[in-house]
Ligand binder design. Structure first.
Ligand SMILES: *[C@@H]1O[C@H](CO)[C@@H](O)[C@H](O)[C@H]1NC(C)=O
Ligand SMILES: *[C@@H]1O[C@H](CO)[C@@H](O)[C@H](O)[C@H]1NC(C)=O
Ligand SMILES: *[C@@H]1O[C@H](CO)[C@@H](O)[C@H](O)[C@H]1NC(C)=O
Length: 259
């Protein structure tokens, strides 16, 4: 490591061709040697720093990539979230409409049909935190579980409305005709039709009748019902019963949830 003065001098003379005068100047030589050592160690540390920088950049890129991937995954999950509700929006089913006049009749079978169709009224109970994370608007807190909020899947409102109209039209002993409610219901069905216009192109044989047996592209209603059943507010019928008992049997004017 430590070279003698003469070795040092010779090295200097050979390599740098300096004259004897400068060789006599010992402190200067030492300084020069130190400068050389410093320079090479500085070179080394520049390379070292560069390598570290590259490594750090690669790490940062990798981490950024992972974060981006995670966010993309999360966005995808949000899109198909609410336990697959958004997937139910796809029109993945083909249906030929049947002549279902008997569903509208004033009969026990028709009543049973509508009871099954309306089920729990599409009233569901969702974890409030979860609903908020899905971007849903806040809704009333569940009276039976403070961590849950209550929503209704809207098609059940429209179905309820249709059934109310049916009951008013068909019943031999009709309930007191609530005209305001019926008009609301008719208009609600109108709004639903304009919201989801069926674009099926139907054919005609006689230029008068256009409602032949075309195949319609539909959402899978059975899958919707399954989803609703999974999330239904189980205590809802019980809650309704208790409420109407408290009201001494007075029916609410707008009862959109049940048949
Ligand atoms: C339509 O899509 C829903 C949601 O992915 C699915 O549950 C259902 O089985 C599908 N129906 C058909 C007929 O493919
Ligand atoms: C539908 O079926 C009923 C009997 O259930 C029948 O009276 C009616 O004429 C049918 N309507 C059409 C358009 O086929
Ligand atoms: C809604 O209607 C159903 C069936 O007609 C009834 O059992 C229920 O008590 C009603 N709910 C309210 C809040 O009036």
């Amino acid at each position: 490591m430590f070279k003698s003065k003469s070795e040092d001098a010779e090295y200097k003379r050979l390599s740098e061709g300096e004259d004897f005068e400068s060789l006599e100047n010992e402190p200067l030589q030492k300084n020069k040697r130190l400068t050389l050592l410093e320079k090479s160690s500085r070179d080394f540390s520049i390379i070292h720093t560069a390598v570290l920088l590259i490594e750090a950049t690669l790490c940062a890129l990798l981490i950024t990539g992972f974060i981006a991937l995670h966010q993309a995954k999360q966005a995808l999950r949000q899109e198909t979230s609410l336990d697959g509700l958004s997937r139910l929006a796809s029109y993945n089913t083909s249906i030929k409409f049947q002549n279902g006049s008997e569903h509208m009749a004033d009969s026990r079978d028709a009543d049973d049909y509508w009871r099954d169709l309306l089920g729990s009224g599409g009233v569901i109970s969702l974890d409030t935190e979860w609903a908020r994370n899905q971007g849903l608007r806040p809704s009333a807190q569940s009276p039976t579980d403070s961590s849950q909020s209550i929503y209704q899947v809207d098609v059940f409102h429209a179905l309820h409305c249709l059934n109310s109209i049916r009951q008013n039209l068909m019943s031999k002993t009709p309930p007191p005709w609530d005209e305001a409610h019926m008009l609301h219901c008719l208009d609600y069905v109108r709004s639903q039709l304009l919201c989801h216009p069926d674009l099926t192109l139907v054919t005609t044989n006689d230029l008068e009748e256009f409602v032949l047996d075309e195949t319609h592209r539909c959402r899978d209603y059975g899958a919707v019902v399954e989803w609703v059943h999974r999330h239904r507010w189980i205590e809802f019928p019980e809650w309704l019963r208790t409420k109407s008992e408290k009201n001494h049997g007075h029916e609410a004017i707008h009862n959109h949830t049940m048949a």
